[in-house]
Design a protein around this ligand. Structure first.
Ligand SMILES: [Zn+2]
Ligand SMILES: [Zn+2]
Length: 341
């Protein structure tokens, strides 16, 4: 497990205690945060840097260099990159807490892992490796002009409204994994990856039904299917799977496809998902004449927080703490504090 050193805990304690006071002091400076003429990427630029303010060394994949930035500014860029800003404020707050929790687990000065692709950085901006991050300037280009002020304001509020809050299990920051849409039930981590975690247990989720990924059909002609299957290592030649026979289908307790055999090929649900670009492994199928119809529920790996579910819970009036405690079982949502506190 990752450990937060006493140094970091004290540093954060100073940050958590002092920063709200600073926000009050600079309260009159809030407005400029939302103005287009502000220099981008400076969420808290009106706020003087304090010795206790935690910073993070971020490797930028586009710039190919490390940029040091205040943790809370980093968190805002993650929320902007990882969750639609149209989501409910409490869902955005849940995402901010997750982003902060993950960042703390990475921060080298706290005894975190660091980014092993970029050893002198704490974290990188690749969603394939650490977590996605986008600058204010870049994300605003994706939004319509009418929505820019509102959306950036929502992100700032989500970050400031959860300042210093993290998710812990027995006092340690959790591995706060998340996905877009679970499709009705999240999954036990050990059924998706090999590692199990007591707080990453599948829970029911009736809150993501408004997701465009709640249920999807992906259709291939049998020839297209056979062609794709033939790319799999040790597969037979192209035409072999145009009359597919599905054998020994194994599923997890939550309907996720674990392994299956198609004619002479045995592959995992994950491999089938990649091969056919399916949104998730909660998949069933039907062969109809010359085509095969795959029906999937959800989008993503299915472990931890369901983002559309978080949005749905927020719509029903749950706050970010309740949302986080639903998707991460048995955790605490707390401000970082000194060991004595
Ligand atoms: Zn990385
Ligand atoms: Zn869900």
């Amino acid at each position: 497990m990752r450990k937060i050193s006493a140094y970091l805990i004290i540093t954060l304690f100073i940050g958590v205690v002092c920063l709200p006071a600073l926000i009050v002091i600079v309260g009159s400076n809030f407005e400029p945060l939302f103005q287009a003429e502000d220099p981008p990427q400076k969420l808290f630029q009106e706020q003087p840097t304090q010795p206790g303010e935690l910073t993070i060394q971020v490797w930028h994949h586009q710039e190919k260099q490390i940029r040091e930035m205040p943790l809370e500014e980093y968190v805002a860029g993650v929320v902007a990159a990882e969750m639609p800003a149209s989501f409910e404020p409490e869902a955005l707050k849940a995402q901010a807490v997750i982003a902060r929790t993950y960042a703390l687990g990475q921060t080298l000065t706290s005894g975190g892992r660091g980014c092993d692709n970029h050893p002198s950085a704490d974290i990188c901006t690749s969603d394939q490796h650490c977590q996605a991050w986008i600058s204010r300037e870049d994300v605003e280009e994706k939004w319509s002009e009418q929505k820019r002020e509102e959306y950036w304001g929502k992100i700032v509020s989500a970050v400031q409204g959860t300042q210093g809050m993290v998710v812990t299990y027995h006092g340690e920051p959790v591995d706060a994994v998340f996905h877009s849409t679970c499709g009705g039930h999240t999954d036990n981590s050990e059924e998706v990856w090999s590692a199990s975690a007591p707080y990453l247990k599948g829970v029911e989720c009736s809150y993501c039904q408004h997701s465009p990924w709640a249920q999807k059909e992906t259709i291939y002609s049998l020839n297209e299917f056979s062609e794709l299957m033939s790319h799999f290592p040790k597969a037979s030649p192209v035409s072999a799977y145009s009359t597919p026979t599905f054998l020994s289908v194994n599923r997890s307790s939550t309907e996720r496809l674990m392994t299956l055999q198609v004619n002479d090929l045995t592959l995992t649900g994950h491999e089938l998902r990649n091969l056919l670009s399916l949104p998730s492994t909660r998949v069933s199928w039907k062969v109809e004449q010359n085509k095969i119809v795959f029906t999937t529920k959800g989008f993503g790996h299915g472990v931890g927080l369901c983002q559309y579910g978080a949005d749905g819970m927020a719509k029903e009036g749950y706050d970010y703490r309740e949302i986080l405690k639903h998707y991460y079982q048995g955790v605490d949502v707390i401000p970082i504090k000194s060991p004595a506190g």
